[in-house]
Design a binder for this molecule. Structure first.
Ligand SMILES: Cc1cc2nc3c(=O)[nH]c(=O)nc-3n(C[C@H](O)[C@H](O)[C@H](O)COP(=O)(O)OP(=O)(O)OC[C@H]3O[C@@H](n4cnc5c(N)ncnc54)[C@H](O)[C@@H]3O)c2cc1C
Length: 471
């Protein structure tokens, strides 16, 4: 019997960030005709303003910081006349140029990949006219209507702006505006000590700026592993950052030659520039979502289930606009899952327990699975071992003094259910723990796997060994 030719399903995707473009690649692979409507550039905020630029900036700052520890390892730098050079200087214009060129190149690569996979890309703004019809307003002002069997909304989020602290792009900045700075701020006041605030505060400190971090909470990185956050806050202070805990910003305003950050308790912090890192809001208004019946949460996020379905049949959503977990890796996974589900491929629902995440401070903090808080409040019945890296031979050789490895194992059976690594390049070291969590490996299996001697991963195996379940 001959195969019946099924009509090619059509997919329209709003947003070309990781949620959108990764979904487009999967949909094209599954045989759909795919159009991506994107407003600001392929790769989205992840590639153009948020994730990629910040990590590129941090790489430069980390590199410079290594000069500072060189003397601990017995090295010093000399100029060509043999005089000791004690410091390196960051030329911010050159640093920013490199960062932006790198982001643009990444965006171009994504465009080329989409084109080679047959995905149509329209530069413009999209909105839903119905669950199966999208209108794209293109850059030249013309409009195009697109019929779709499946729509994916992946429009991301944007920095939260407060009326009392309005960014001006010159001295009061969001994290998306910092790459326009022509020179290093003399004194940067970073407002907000979540992941973005902490990462960028340390990046500018590493580049040589004076930095004050205004944190509304008891310690930086609220919501992260408390032991890890304590290590990071200590490192911040040791390296000369001023950290103001329990200090809630009320307003930020310009002065003649700088900024004043006013705190709720009346104190004032003066600086040359302020960086606002006070959260994000989803870009879900004006998309026609409510008009076609797509349910939004109170915060304006699109409500989705674990296969990325919204409340309207045929309309899916992925990434930061859903508020599930603001990570590029999660956005991409949600997008891929949406397409697999919509186009009838095998699909495993999103499993957040398997997500590894990293904070790119120095040292980095990488986490996966259940957290210390989950253990403490009995969400999971687990035991824990935490090993400081200071006793690890490789750490000693590399001059690493701050950091640790922490593993959580289910009591009695010894299955690895979570972990935290605080170390340089923790983002790489967390992978074996993620494999263990994702695939239900036991501490004995982890401990019985060879590690290189000497290596930091030796501490992961040692922590696993110490968690061996006792009869
Ligand atoms: C400073 C910072 C650093 C970060 N670092 C990391 C990191 O190291 N690792 C990590 O995993 N995550 C990181 N993140 C998070 C990550 O950037 C986001 O989770 C990711 O960008 C979400 O992808 P997305 O596809 O949902 O949206 P986005 O990347 O925001 O893309 C959305 C796209 O939709 C487009 N769009 C919006 N509205 C419309 C419309 N109406 N029509 C057409 N197009 C539209 C936008 O132009 C944009 O191109 C970081 C975030 C910040 C703020």
């Amino acid at each position: 019997m001959g195969a019946v030719n099924a009509p090619q399903p059509s997919v329209v995707i709003l947003g070309g960030g990781p949620g959108g473009y990764e979904a487009a690649l999967v949909a094209a692979q599954l045989g759909a005709s795919v159009t991506v409507v994107d407003r600001d550039g392929l790769g989205g905020a992840a590639v153009l303003t948020d994730c990629v630029p910040s990590k590129a900036l941090i790489s430069t700052a980390d590199f410079r910081s290594q000069f500072e520890t060189a003397s601990d390892l017995g090295l010093h730098l000399e100029d060509h006349e043999g005089d000791e050079v004690s410091d390196s200087v960051a030329e911010l214009l050159a640093v920013n140029r490199r960062v932006m060129a790198l982001a643009a190149a990444q965006s171009r690569d994504i465009g080329e990949r989409l084109a080679s996979d047959g995905v149509e890309v329209l530069r413009g703004t999209g909105r839903l006219l119905s669950p199966s019809r999208v209108e794209a307003t293109l850059e030249d002002g013309s409009t195009r209507a697109l019929d779709a069997d499946v729509v994916l909304v992946a429009t991301g989020a944007t920095p939260r702006v407060m009326d009392t602290a309005r960014p001006d792009g010159e001295r009061i900045l969001t994290w998306q505006q910092i790459y326009e700075l022509p020179e290093l701020p003399e004194h940067l006041v970073v407002v907000g000590s979540g992941v973005t605030g902490a990462e960028l505060a340390q990046a500018y400190l590493g580049l040589g700026a004076r930095v004050t971090l205004v944190s509304s909470r008891d310690r930086v990185l609220p919501g992260e592993d408390a032991d890890a956050a304590t290590v990071i806050e200590d490192v911040f202070r040791k390296r000369g950052m001023e950290v103001l805990g329990r200090s809630r910003m009320e307003s930020v305003r310009r002065t003649d030659d700088g900024v004043v950050v006013r705190l709720v308790d009346g104190r004032q912090v003066e600086g040359s520039h302020a960086l606002l890192a006070v959260g994000s809001v989803p870009q879900t208004s004006g998309l026609g979502l409510e008009e076609v019946g797509v349910a939004l949460s109170e915060s304006g996020h699109v409500v989705t289930d674990r296969v990325s379905r919204t409340s309207v049949r045929g309309v899916y959503a992925a990434g930061d606009c859903t508020g599930v977990l603001p990570l590029a890796s999660v956005a991409a996974m949600q997008g891929r899952i949406a397409m697999a589900h919509a186009l009838g491929d095998a699909v495993a629902p999103l499993n957040l327990r398997g997500v590894s995440a990293n904070i790119f401070t120095d040292p980095e903090i990488a986490t996966v699975g259940y957290s210390q808080k989950d253990v403490d409040d009995d969400t999971v019945d687990a035991t824990c071992v935490m090993l400081p890296l200071a006793t690890n031979p490789r750490a000693k050789m590399q001059g690493i003094t701050d950091g640790f490895v922490k593993l959580f194992a289910r009591r009695g059976v010894g299955t690895v259910v979570g972990g935290v690594v605080v170390a340089p390049k923790a983002s790489e070291l967390i992978y074996p723990v993620t494999i263990a969590v994702q695939h239900g490996l036991t501490v004995d299996q982890l401990a019985g796997t060879f590690t290189v001697y000497p290596s930091l991963s030796g501490s992961i195996a040692e922590a696993a060994r110490q968690l061996h379940p006792r009869g």
